[in-house]
Write a protein that binds this ligand. Sequence first.
Ligand SMILES: [Zn+2]
Length: 410
Amino acid sequence: MRIDIKRIENRINEIGNIGKVSSGGITRFPYTDEEKKTKELIINWGNKIGLNVFEDSIGNVIFHKDGLKNNGEVILMGSHIDSVPNGGKYDGVAGIVSYLEIMEIFYENKIKTKYPLEFIIFVNEEGCRFPIGLMGSSALAGRLSKEDLYQNKDKEGLILAKEMEKHGYDPDKIMEVKYPLEKVKAYFELHIEQGGVLDTRDIPIGIVDGITGLSVLTVKIEGISGHAGAFPMEGRRDPLISATKIIQFVQKTALEYGNTARGTVGDVRVLPGGSNVIPSTVEFTIDYRDLNFGNMKNAIRKITRYSKEISSESGVQCTIDVNQLIKPVLSNDELIEEISNSAEKLEIPYMNLPSGAGHDAMIIGQFCPMAMIFIRSVGGVSHCPEEHSTSKDIGLGTKVLMDTLLKVAK
Ligand SMILES: [Zn+2]
């Protein structure tokens, strides 16, 4: 059974033509005409190969292929078709096209697995228009309420629930979207890596150990403002000096905890913000991630302690708020084993690596065995028009996934 690389490429390009913007990328937001057109295109492909297609009341699209044993147990796959503003062609779409390719090959070769196979286009994964990312998968898990949909607005002030209604969906039926995830024997997600680890090592695919946990902190340091010329250097209470030390310490800590830890300060505000004014207040965020939850909590504790010490030594006030704390979700060991065996059998080079980015798998993986296959991102770039993965690499990942499905679903 051969993967048709040309078909994969054509489909990615065809989807990539919907939502093209003048800056060269793709903007395909949920509950828009672009999203609708994309779904129609994919549903049409699904119908042609005999898949049962069902769209739920918030816009997740489920493609189902019966198995020999239809007792509710299922092998599930998922990804998304929404994008970030001016994003790339491959994020999310690579997965959907890969699942379609496998279903198409099974259709052509009249292959029926024991368990039914399903794949889902999850709605609003990116959370760029309505800031409620991983929305479709969260709804499947029963973690989203009607209120969430009525409270969420886009930048123009349009209410999510109203926009859903405008496109024929029913936010009031959010609870009906809940999916029996306890019946899922295995969940797979194929996705582009979006980092440069595979490309640097010249390896086409990765097997994901798990999705790192995430913690977002806000640090506020208050000192005493003054005239940059008049105020002597001695006795200053400049909060920016402490802030820079803490920022250095975030990097040092993440490096200390090893290769699955990531510490980033990406948003710093200095007030009042004048070249000739000693700052009064500095606010910044810390994004800290690790696959090891214990290490992640220790690192945050260390950073917090250091921030307080440094601030009190310098006579400034430091307050730290934890805005978000999400636990890591580990891939299932047996599924990792199955995928590795398939890759070895097919002589496709792979490596194990964590996912620093969030995916629907981190929601679904809390309820059933989960595994992810990463496809090399050329140059490690993503979320921009330059995002690229070769059809050959996507084909290799698809081959490994198909072989794994044949074992797991049999
Ligand atoms: Zn994605």
